[in-house]
Write a protein that binds this ligand. Structure first.
Ligand SMILES: *Cc1c(COP(=O)(O)O)cnc(C)c1O
Length: 383
């Protein structure tokens, strides 16, 4: 059996090796390393794929969030609401910009922003909401956009884990993750669903004025060469990464489908085990056959019999990689703890950090590997 990996980047590369290698060599030979034609080309390709008016490439997903917030003109003391159960980058940039992070709880089924908690957290100082489309599925954007509109708030979608996912509104409109709010951000970190071979990120918006502002911010605040109108940053996607992403973008939907296939295999295998809760998808409440509502950046189980840590150890002993995303709630992290927070407002997150476990998830499984993983887990629960 092929060695089981949490993410099989090598196996994926081998299938696209000749295209990737020649695109990298082309960039090197062109010496257009920065802002070359590949960057512009990728920007256009991604605008088409997402059906969004503006894509602004940048250096990574954390920068993308920071730059989006700078572009919106958020100021010191403005409150920005985001979730307690996510990767720290989201709250980190809020704090870095001297905005006030307001962490709220998530829903127990989807792991995404809880709407009641959101409504409760809004104050006259609230300026923006940052829903994170966690593990590959969109937060309830229809409801979030409605709340945002009522209170005149910007919505920044953190799409680092959900590029390629779609969301269906109640009127049947389907939109891609990251294109529904005021602005969306993503990461091309190698292990993300659309990963490059280094760091990369992008910002999306249908607002042309905001796009113009952001294009200056990523480039030292310049709108005209050597005239610095605002304080900006230096955040670029390099041409080698863009060239690789141009090869991988046309494969993204196939990659997402491979992930969904693995998720279906897992779901089916674990059906009979009462103490395993398999992932719920928001729109379909099951893994839908024909839509992209979940792109499974992670395949995350909830273990309800108190055996999560024992399972984690058992899987390691059986050479099955796995991970706890996330082991600590952000409101309990040293950097983000605050006396404003009450433990009873984080009931779901406090429980999730003790019950979740993510299994290997990538595009390159064969059935033998999936059978091995699921059989070992079934053995654990049936022993
Ligand atoms: C990966 C990730 C980021 C940060 O992306 P980088 O490219 O690593 O900076 C931000 N938010 C979430 C939810 C992520 O998973």
């Amino acid at each position: 059996m092929k060695k089981i990996q949490m993410v099989d980047l090598k196996g994926q590369y081998e299938k696209i090796k000749s295209a990737v290698d020649s695109s990298i060599i082309n960039v090197i030979e062109s010496t257009a390393f920065i802002n070359g034609p590949e960057v512009h080309g990728f920007q256009k390709d991604l605008e088409d794929y997402l059906d969004v008016k503006n894509v602004i490439p940048c250096a990574n997903g954390t920068d993308a969030l920071q730059i989006a917030m700078m572009g919106l003109g958020l100021e010191q003391g403005d409150e920005v609401i985001t979730v307690d159960f996510t990767f720290a980058a989201t709250v980190e940039v809020i704090a870095l910009l001297k905005l006030t992070p307001v962490l709220i709880d998530v829903e127990k089924d989807t792991f995404n922003m809880d709407l009641d908690a959101l409504k409760k957290a809004i104050t006259p100082k609230t300026k923006a909401i940052v829903p994170v489309h966690l593990f590959g599925q969109c937060a309830d954007m229809e409801a979030i956009l409605k709340i945002a509109k009522k209170h005149n708030l910007s919505v920044i979608e953190d799409t680092a884990q959900a590029i390629g996912a779609s969301y269906t509104f109640s009127d049947g409109t389907v939109k891609k993750a990251g294109t529904m709010g005021t602005v969306g951000t993503t990461s091309f970190f190698p292990s993300k669903n659309l990963g490059c071979y280094g760091d990369g990120g992008a910002i999306f918006t249908n607002d042309d004025n905001l796009a113009h502002t952001i294009r200056g911010i990523v480039n030292h605040g310049m709108y005209r060469r050597y005239y610095h109108d605002v304080v900006g940053v230096n955040s670029r996607l390099d041409s080698v990464q863009a060239a690789i992403l141009r090869i991988k973008l046309p494969l993204l939907d196939t990659y997402c489908e491979a992930r969904r296939n693995a998720a279906r295999f897992y779901n089916k295998a674990f059906k009979s085990i009462d103490s395993i809760v398999t992932p719920t998808t928001q729109v379909c409440r099951s893994i839908c056959e024909n839509c992209n509502c979940h792109v499974f950046h992670q395949y995350t189980l909830k273990i309800t019999n108190g055996q999560r840590d024992a399972l984690h150890k058992y899987l390691i002993d059986n050479s099955i990689p796995n991970a706890i995303y996330y082991p600590v709630a952000l409101h309990r992290q040293k950097a983000y703890a605050d006396e404003r927070y009450n433990e009873e407002d984080f009931e779901v997150t406090n429980k999730l950090i003790k019950t979740v476990i993510s299994l290997p998830m990538h595009t390159e499984f064969d059935e033998e590997q999936l059978t091995f993983i699921t059989n070992r887990i079934l053995d654990f629960f049936n022993k």
